[in-house]
Write a protein that binds this ligand. Structure first.
Ligand SMILES: Nc1ncnc2c1ncn2[C@@H]1O[C@H](COP(=O)(O)OP(=O)(O)O)[C@@H](O)[C@H]1O
Ligand SMILES: [Mg+2]
Length: 270
């Protein structure tokens, strides 16, 4: 009985059957998800254990990071990127090609992978933009692993929205804002995954934080990379604001990822 003293209608046998069917399908879906999570967790463990054998092959920059700093950078990268973007999953060689536009992007990414040292020391940036699920973060992750393991560069990867969350947490804990900007300005490459919130435009505060961070890196000639779910450079410019986007795209390599989503393709194939 509800608060208006009305008796709730009794479900018909048809409704009961629908509910049971739905509950069954949900539990099957949950089971499938659990199995997938378990597989990812195992893979992650395996990749993390291989970190013991990681040894940076060369230290090309006289004032570059030490071996132990690079091992720490690789450890952080593995942990930041998680199992989905683990090193053996996301290599450029493993990137499935199913659309003609992918060939150009992959060839540019492969070229870049070979020349990352010069590219990064010149403070150049990388922007991957396009539709959701096209592998932008996969390509960025592949290049980040190569940056550490083949070019001995210090890198960090962060989800754009987590970055804003980190500033808020710092404020709540009474930490100084400047420490936040110092931390994220330190690595030779900072890779930010999609700072545009999915269901709304970024707030003025989001833009201000991004601006302060990107401006600081720009002034120090540091390489900043970004993936963006934006249909065009104009849309990215409009959402991130000109002061942010102008600094980001100056001298940057821009890879346009416009092809059908890999996830959708997998669903159709299943
Ligand atoms: N061409 C591809 N080949 C293999 N896996 C892919 C490909 N494109 C995307 N994926 C996988 O699909 C998922 C979504 O890709 P992601 O890089 O997160 O897309 P985006 O950042 O463009 O939204 C990831 O698990 C990624 O590894
Ligand atoms: Mg992405």
């Amino acid at each position: 009985m509800d608060k208006n003293n009305q008796v709730a209608p009794i479900a018909t046998s048809q409704e009961e059957a629908t509910r049971t069917d739905l509950a069954g399908r949900l539990s099957q879906e949950q089971h499938r998800q659990d199995v997938a999570d378990l597989a990812l967790a195992k893979e992650f463990e395996e990749v993390t254990s291989r970190l013991k054998d990681f040894s940076p092959p060369k230290l090309p920059q006289p004032n570059g990071p030490t071996k132990s700093e690079l091992t720490q950078a690789m450890r952080l990268l593995i942990s930041d990127l998680g199992a989905r973007y683990s090193q053996n999953r996301v290599s450029l060689e493993n990137f499935e090609r199913y659309h003609p536009a992918q060939a150009k992007v992959l060839s540019e990414a492969c070229q870049l992978a070979k020349h990352l040292t010069e590219f990064v020391l010149a403070g150049r940036g990388l922007i991957l933009h396009g539709s959701v699920g096209t592998g932008k973060d996969q390509i960025m992750a592949a290049l980040l692993y190569r940056a550490v393991s083949e070019h001995s560069l210090s890198v960090r990867w962060v989800n754009g929205l987590d970055l804003f969350g980190a500033v808020r947490d710092g404020m709540d804990d009474g930490r100084k804002e400047i420490d936040f900007f110092r931390t994220w300005s330190a690595p030779a490459i900072l890779a930010i995954s999609d700072p545009i919130p999915p269901l709304r435009d970024p707030s003025a505060w989001n833009i201000e934080i991004l601006y302060r961070l990107i401006d600081r890196r720009y002034r120090n000639n540091k390489s900043t990379w970004m993936t963006l779910n934006a249909a065009s450079v104009e849309e990215a410019d409009e959402k991130l604001s000109a002061p942010v986007f102008d600094r980001l795209k100056e001298d940057a390599v821009i890879l346009r990822c416009f092809w059908p989503s890999y996830r959708e393709r997998q669903k159709k194939r299943a």
